[in-house]
Design a protein around this ligand. Structure first.
Ligand SMILES: [Fe+2]
Length: 342
């Protein structure tokens, strides 16, 4: 519209009123003295007042009962802050407190200075998009996620208990494996995997629920046939966890915890990086814990022996990088002297 001034559109005032009336967003305009010169019905709905009655009155007295600041000395309202300081808000998330509000009000606020034809301050406008419901929904979702996480952890602990009910060794074993595995992830600088490695370690032997008790607790070396039965436990464990949607991320980890770095492990013969990292970490922690614990058919080995075994099998049974981190952790810091053995 070349050379056309807005004032030349006679219906503009009516259009502006219609837009303000139909908007769910909050629109307020004050003059340079803070007198309300426009306020749309959305503000009235929020404050439970007839906005027509507020036009021509000072915003500080009517909406904020004479207060400009909160108890920390911050402005209660963006529009007043812009009017008094000249600082404008651009789509900024703010919480607004006003005595007329029944509850917290969170909005995205934009304010701007209105100037007259000579460039002098004439007033300030404020445009608020109400995001209170959106934020409260997010908080509810966060709470729900916390609850789901807690329930997941309780389920994992229930699994751990169920394993322990069959076999005392396995329960204590899983807890110690979890402890060692967490130490490894920390030493590798992978703290973000801490929770995952803990949960996966606690349930890694859940499939032993499906192994006959006389094999699990046999006070002698297993026969070849019995050993073949034991070798089913990663698959049984994966199948159990597969039934629970929220544990789907544990399925491949549990299935692969007896894979070997050189591909000679079971059940799938995965090689090196094909084996999930958490499974490779659990494999090292698991072997170390098994070697340094008393078993029904033998006494524990010394920590020195266990460390030498890990080193000997690095690159064949175990990921050498993980062994190196763990050995440094156990020996490098002199921990082998004070290392807790069950
Ligand atoms: Fe296992």
């Amino acid at each position: 519209m070349p050379n056309m001034s807005y004032s030349k559109i006679p219906q503009l005032a009516n259009f502006t009123k219609m837009i303000m009336a139909s908007s769910d967003d909050l629109i307020t305009v004050v003059d340079k003295q803070g007198i309300i010169i426009a306020m749309n019905p959305a503000v009235g709905r929020l404050l439970r007042v007839n906005v027509e009655k507020l036009i021509g009155l000072p915003i500080i007295q009517t909406v904020y009962q004479g207060r400009k600041f909160d108890y920390q000395g911050k402005y209660l309202s963006p529009i007043i802050e812009t009017l008094e300081t000249g600082r404008e808000f651009k789509d900024k998330e703010v919480g607004i407190q006003a005595p007329l509000l029944l509850s917290d009000f969170i909005c995205r606020t934009t304010t701007g200075i209105l100037r007259d034809s000579s460039g002098k301050l004439a007033g300030v406008y404020c445009y608020d998009k109400d995001i209170t419901k959106c934020r409260s929904l997010e908080r509810k979702n966060e709470n729900l996620l916390d609850k789901i996480n807690t329930q997941q952890l309780q389920t994992v602990l229930a699994f751990s208990e169920a394993i322990g009910a069959r076999d005392d060794y396995t329960r204590g074993h899983s807890e110690r494996v979890a402890e060692y595995a967490q130490m490894i992830t920390a030493a590798m600088g992978l703290q973000e995997l801490n929770e995952l490695v803990y949960v996966a370690s606690l349930v890694h032997d859940v499939g032993k629920i499906g192994i006959p008790e006389h094999i699990l607790n046999k006070p002698a070396r297993l026969s070849e046939e019995e050993f073949q039965r034991i070798k089913d436990h990663p698959i049984i464990g994966a199948n159990i966890l597969k039934q629970i949607d929220t544990f789907s991320y544990l399925v491949s980890i549990v299935r692969a915890h007896h894979e070997r770095f050189d591909g000679s492990g079971y059940p799938d013969g995965l090689i090196a990086e094909e084996i999930p990292l958490i499974s490779r970490i659990i494999a090292v922690a698991d072997a170390f814990e098994a070697m340094t614990s008393d078993r029904s058919y033998r006494e524990r080995f010394s920590i020195d022996y266990a460390v030498e075994e890990l080193k000997r099998c690095a690159g064949s049974q175990f990921d050498p990088r993980i062994v190196s981190h763990f050995v440094t952790l156990v020996c490098g810091n002199g921990l082998e002297k004070g290392f807790t053995q069950p």
